[in-house]
Design a protein. Sequence first.
Length: 287
Amino acid sequence: MNFTVEPIDATFGVMVTDLDASTLDDDSFAQLYALWLDHALLVLPQQHLTREQQIAFAGRFGPAESGIFDISTVRPDGDLRREEIEEDASFLNMLRGNYDWHADGSYGPALAKGAVYSAQVVPKQGGETGWADMRAAHDALDDELRARVETLAARHSIQRGQARRGLVHDERNIELGPEFNPLRSLVRRHPETGRKSLMMGRHAYSVPEMTDTESRIFLDGLVEFACRPPRVYFHDWQPGDVVVWDNRSLLHCVKPWDMREPRVMWHAGISGSPESDSILSMDQVPA
Ligand SMILES: [Fe+2]
């Protein structure tokens, strides 16, 4: 290895040091990518990448979603977002939805491949990002449940995900067509490694064979089982830290923090492809 790799105390993830993510040669990047597929989460402390460097680094893992998206309690003009301002409140509610475990884009036509995520400004308390290993969770199910989930699927919706916390998804931000209610199998096979993993989280709300209440109890039970030690890792951010996660293998969430404090994170999404995704149906279910 052209850098130093240390394990994280979980079923997944490694800490990578002695490298500069902005100047990696192709050979080093190939090693890093293989490590990423294997461990699903790379933690690269103290990289202090510029926006351009982070976009370029993310672009080596796959096609970009849309450059950098600021996950921030600070508005572009530098003022803190305020609950009294409708647009700010809507954005803060979007952030609050992420307190629950999820995979990015599971409610759309293509699950994100992953993301390069960095901390710019961190709050005094809270705001840690957590990831949970859905490969290890799948493998840890008892034989009977593992066989059962293999036959099941669930609908995913951003509106339903927000509604879990009494939040309303603001449709002005994203125009949602009928493809934004996909039926996804509960077990998916990783398109590159072939490993099986569970797919659920806050956007999953309806298993076709079950009533809404049965679905909720069943899906919540799966998340509760899956997202616990040794299958979870929470990163306590320092400004300049960078992580790269495989969104096809992990769920993630953020711990609550005081949103009157500045917290500025840069999210560079890596696009997934519908072809490699395990969507069973995108027919819209009547609300
Ligand atoms: Fe997310």
